[in-house]
Design a protein around this ligand. Sequence first.
Ligand code: FAD
Ligand code: SF4
Length: 509
Amino acid sequence: KPTLRLILGDQLNARHRWFTELDGATIYVLMEVRQETDYVLHHAQKILAIFAAMRELARQLRQLGHTVHYIAIDDVESTLSIPENIEALIRHYDAAAFEYQAPDEWRLDQQLYQAGRRSRIPWLMVDSDHFYTARHEAADIFAGRKQWLMEFFYRQMRSTHQVLMEDAKKPVGGQWNFDHDNRKPWRGTPAEPQDPRTVHDHSRLWQSIVAAGVKSFGAPHADRLAWALNRDEALQQLDAFIVRALPHFGDFQDAMSVKAWRLFHSLLSFALNVKMLNPREVVARAQAAYQAGHAPLAAVEGFIRQILGWREYVRGVYWAHMPGYAEKNFFGHARPLPAWFWDGKTKMHCLSQAITQSLDQAHAHHIQRLMVIGNFALLAGLDPARVHGWYLGIYIDAFEWVELPNTVGMSQFADGGLLATKPYVSSAAYIDRMGDYCKGCHYDKKARIGERACPFNALYWDFFHRNADTLERNPRIGMAYRQLEKMDEAAIADFKEQARKMLANLDAL
Ligand code: FAD
Ligand code: SF4
């Protein structure tokens, strides 16, 4: 009797230990199911890329001689849930056992766990062989601490995994973090490297997704889908990044420009999150580039921190705080998203650029997500649960374990400061310093009051003023409160009135 092994859409690791042996008694199961297309409204490219990459892995496994059972989106089984399909397949094949890799989402973890309790055959969960840390490792590291400082976790990771270390104990270069050398605006040089991604035509797959009635948003670009769909393509993308972009990654990590949508970022998050690439190999390649003198330490350390630090850390936050983290709402924010979140049609140039790009590319780089879109959402008091739904749907790399802590914790401060030491908000000054969006904007970046005043300005002061009770004592934001103290009552009344009018009609901004 065979064993069934389930491969989820974000478990496309062709080098998983499962595949090392060819075994006639194992059937690998992949499913394109409506429960996964419909749990949130997704960007078209996200659905397409995941399904196309699943089909590619199934093809490769078959080529190697493995047996694969594939449920496609136009099969009737696609409307059944994952456990319903598993039950039916267990009956169909008269399977002796069922195995699955640990899911990264709480939702799927629970669903499969509960189904396993009902099953009559052995039901086994194995590791996905992907992350540096176990699900509960961050919680162990932070046991008893009120605040979960990423930097503390990151240093532990560097030591434990001996990344960028000297004599086992000291960080290479004498310091752990080179952020103060990074974060420069980009004025056009060096040139943005060419997009290294392979383009595919998946028009027929897209037609069957649409014909099955799957709802989505954003540009499908089905005839020129540009995401890596297998490990070879992901490795080519990694090679190109290491050679052309990594040396400048640190300098322009936080830059924004209308002339360059991805700047020196890697665009590897999709390949990493669906597990075509392992974080260890990406970190090792970056470290080797430093050792060979191809990239400066500040850039390499900055890049490695995102993967060895942030990525593992947010996963730890997720598992320690689920369920319940998705409902966090420290400020009690309740406003719905303005309509232009869905079409990018706002007069605010920074937001129209970041959202239009997200709709077109299913991607925005970190600072667009954090300091343009997230910044506005927090200042405007948008409902964090709806903001979370939007981020979870729109980005190609959005899987709840990584998206939720970034959105609800880092960007919306909805967990009350567990993850972020202060709310990530700014007025127009920061957006202007880090990019060129303010040039040519309908609004005046310097003005706080009046028809043409940049909305970020009054909303910024209104945010700190209305949250004085909860934020004033935070030492990291003392500056804002000292400036507020210097304002006279008329100035405060003016910005509050300006903010009130804008908040009453966000759609018009
Ligand atoms: P690079 O800038 O080249 O960075 C390299 C890698 O580091 C990324 O591929 C990613 O794997 C990792 N990384 C960088 N920053 C983070 C971070 N804050 N948390 C976890 N990993 C990080 N990232 C996702 O992978 N999925 C998400 O759904 C997601 N949602 C986000 C939502 C918000 C509100 C914010 C502020 C950030 C979010 N991020 C998310 C983090 C980050 O923006 C993306 O990882 C990054 O933009 C992906 O592009 P890249 O591969 O070019 O990244
Ligand atoms: Fe954005 Fe304000 Fe600058 Fe316009 S002026 S681009 S709205 S920060």
